[in-house]
Each structure stands twice: as C-alpha cells, then as structure tokens.
Design a binder for this molecule. Structure first.
Ligand code: NAD
Ligand code: WQD
Length: 351
C-alpha cells in the first residue's frame, strides 16, 4: 500500500482529495498548520471512508511546511517505518488574492519559502514526485473570450498569482538542472466549487468569503441580505462575469489521475489545466442555484471588482487526453452538493 504525503490536506480541496486517496487504497500523512482549516475535516473524511477515525490509514500532523526540522522528522519517520512517500501532493499555501495585495510578503513567505523548504527535504529523502496546486490566476488577463490552454500567455496580476508562477518556475528549474530525476505536475485549477455529496465536508472560508460560491451559500443562509454581482457590462453572453466552475470532487479526481500518471513515468514536468471547459455566467450560476435548491437568492448589480476580468474558461483537452480524466459532475450537482454542505454546517466546522 503506497503512502502519500499531503500538505494542506485539511483544506477545502485537500480534504476532498484525501477522501478519494483513502477510497483508492492509499495511506496518507497529512501536514497542515490549520491556518485556514479545521482538523475536523479530516476526522469527517475518515468517518466517510471508514465510519470511524482510522489512524492506520491517515496520520495528521499539525505544523507548518516552513518548519524544516518538522519536515525532516516526517520524512525520516517514513523511512524508519519503511513507508517512504511514493509522492507528495502540495496544497499548503495562502490563496486570497485581496489579502495577497495587502500583505505580499506573507504570501511570498508562506507559498514560496514553504515550497522551497518542502522541495529541499523531498530531494534529501529521494522523494521527487510532486503534484502542485497551481492556479489559472497566473494567466494573462485577456479581453478576448478564448479558452485558455497551458500555452496561453502568463502574466499574474497579483502577488498571490505571482507566487504560484514563481513556484512553477522553481519546479521547472529543478527538473531542468537537477542531476536527479523529478516527476512534476503543476495543476492549474479554474474555479472549484461544491462539496462531497455526504455534506460532511466542504468549503469553510474564514471571515467574509472572497469567492462567489461561499458567498452565495451564505446569502442562502441569510448571513448576508444579498449577493453583489460585480458588473453586468462585461463582453459576455449576458454581461455578467463568466467562469469555469468545476466540482471539487472532479478536481480531486484530477489530482489522483495526475499522481498516478507520474507514477508510471521515469521523469516528467508538466503543467495541466483542470477545468470543465464550460463557461458559466454569474447570472446563470445564481439562477441554477435557486432552481435546484428551491431557495431565494437576492442580488444587486454593482460596479466591477478591481482587477476582475469578464471571461476565464479552460481548454482542458490536455488533461483529458494525457490523464484520461473527464469532469463528470455538472453545475446543478455543484450547486446541490455545495448547498447541502452549507445548510448542514451553517458555521462550517465550527459547529
Ligand atoms: P484552503 O485554504 O482550504 O487549503 C489550504 C490549506 O493549507 C489549509 O488547510 C491551510 O491551513 C493550509 N496551509 C496554509 N499555509 C500553510 C503552511 N504554511 N503550512 C501548512 N499548512 C498550510 O484552500 P484550497 O481552496 O483548498 O486550496 C488548496 C490549494 O489550491 C492552495 O494552494 C490554493 O492556492 C490552490 N488553489 C485554490 C483555488 C480555489 O479556488 N480554491 C484555485 C486555484 C488554486
Ligand atoms: C467568480 C465570478 C466575479 C464574488 C478566484 C481567484 C483565483 C482562484 C479562484 C485561487 C467573477 C463574480 C464574485 C461576488 C461576484 N483562487 N463575483 N460577486 O475571481 O474567478 O477567482 O478564485 O487560486 O485565484 O482569483 O473567483 O469566485 O471571486 O469570482 O459577482 O461576491 O463571480 O466577478 O466573475 P475568481 P470569484
């Protein structure tokens, strides 16, 4: 049974990916500082898969990826227990665009220094297979409504996106100049939403949500009176912003597919878009959410958000062809599953 090291595994995407990895028979060691998550997410993951907490299959360590000594001890223990890590899935990092503008050095430290510390320890312990959480936010904001391929122009417009692109460049450098063979997949996610169908795990943003979907679900809970729609004058089919929303379980499947793709190779370095290839407008997201969940969703059109763009949709043909991966859950299921999580957990994991 292979063991995978998952950084940031208590988070939104990490917890859903851990669930899938456990279901596929992997053993997990999860490191998370819990700066933006709760350990309860992993307890519930274990409950979903094993109906109890299974410390044999998933070990949680509360710590920071910037802590070199802690990482060394984790990798050393894996060697001593003859359970060396077959690979690493690296979710740990800060992800709020607005916060990164206000506190850029916090993002450079957590995301870039954290990744460098991880990569140094991985290299020292001969673990050189990594799936990295990158982001579509690194792409150049284009006004044409073309779907983005992995070769589209890259020009991050905020410190968060810059950190993601710099980490990709570090990985590229490692692959190109290291005397050892590395296997690297940088996954560029578009807009993950939804939750596992059990309603036991889901997105658990701290404070006021930055992203539209948790904001919608909190309007559904009446925590906010209405949703602000940031502009209806975009060059899109109905004037509101268009995005590529992908169910978080489909995203999790993409991570497992990418990792198992790397396991079969001798060395590789690749960037892959993970999206559905389907553009959905804010107005369509609102109407779908209202229809499938049979609830009201008041909204008001306001001015555009600084730095926003009208259209961001993936060309996902590389993921489909290379990873034999195909998103299977549609927007209605994203809205049903996301609301199921939120209405059953009005305060997230703080219940
Ligand atoms: P999240 O905040 O729920 O998960 C990130 C996890 O990393 C959290 O559990 C947090 O506690 C942990 N963490 C942060 N800094 C850490 C550190 N220094 N040491 C250890 N743990 C640390 O976010 P998410 O939505 O699950 O995103 C996971 C990854 O995917 C992030 O790297 C994010 O940048 C990236 N990503 C997210 C989206 C999105 O829309 N959610 C889109 C593209 C990329
Ligand atoms: C989606 C659409 C808004 C909120 C962000 C990050 C990106 C990535 C994914 C980490 C847009 C509109 C939003 C609201 C609205 N995260 N909107 N009212 O901006 O596409 O991407 O999350 O990697 O880095 O930038 O996602 O959910 O904020 O916005 O009308 O209250 O919803 O204008 O069209 P975005 P979002």
């Amino acid at each position: 049974m292979s063991t995978i090291f998952v950084t940031g595994g208590a988070g939104f995407i990490g917890s859903h990916t851990c669930l899938l990895l456990l279901q596929k028979g992997y053993k997990l060691v999860v490191l998370d500082s819990l700066i933006n998550s709760s350990k309860i997410s992993l307890e519930r993951v274990s409950e979903i898969v094993f109906q109890k907490y299974n410390s044999e299959r998933i070990k949680f360590i509360n710590g920071d990826i910037r802590n070199n000594d802690l990482l060394e001890s984790i990798f050393n223990d894996a060697v001593l227990n003859r359970e060396e890590f077959e690979g690493v899935i690296h979710f740990a990092g800060l992800k709020a665009v607005g916060e990164s503008v206000s506190y850029p050095l916090k993002y450079w430290d957590a995301n870039v220094n954290g990744s460098i510390t991880l990569l140094k320890v991985m290299d020292k312990y001969n673990c050189r297979t990594i799936v990295f959480s990158s982001s579509a936010t690194i792409y150049k904001k284009t006004e044409n409504n073309l779907k983005l391929t992995e070769n589209s122009k890259i020009k991050p417009s905020n410190p968060y996106g810059e950190t993601k692109y710099v980490i990709e460049k570090i990985l590229n450098n490692l692959f190109r100049f290291s005397s050892s063979k590395w296997k690297i997949a940088s996954l560029r996610y578009f807009n993950p939403i939804g939750a596992h169908k059990s309603g036991l795990i889901g997105e658990n943003p701290s404070g006021i949500p930055n992203n539209i979907f948790p904001f919608i679900t909190q309007v559904g809970l009446k925590k906010f009176d209405y949703l602000k729609v940031f502009g209806n004058d975009w060059d899109t089919y109905d004037g509101s912003g268009v995005r590529d929303y992908i169910h978080v379980m489909d995203l999790a499947e993409g991570h497992v597919a990418a990792m198992e793709y790397l396991f079969k190779l001798d060395e590789k370095n690749i960037n892959i878009n993970l999206g559905t290839g389907i553009g959905t407008s804010v107005f369509d997201l609102i109407s779908t959410f209202k229809k499938v969940n049979k609830i009201e969703l008041p909204f008001k059109v306001v001015g555009r958000r600084d730095g926003d763009i009208g259209y961001l949709v993936a060309n996902n043909s590389l993921a489909k062809s290379l990873l034999n991966w195909e998103p299977s859950l549609n927007l209605e299921e994203m809205c049903i599953d996301g609301w199921n999580w939120q209405k059953n957990n009005p305060n997230g994991f703080q219940n």
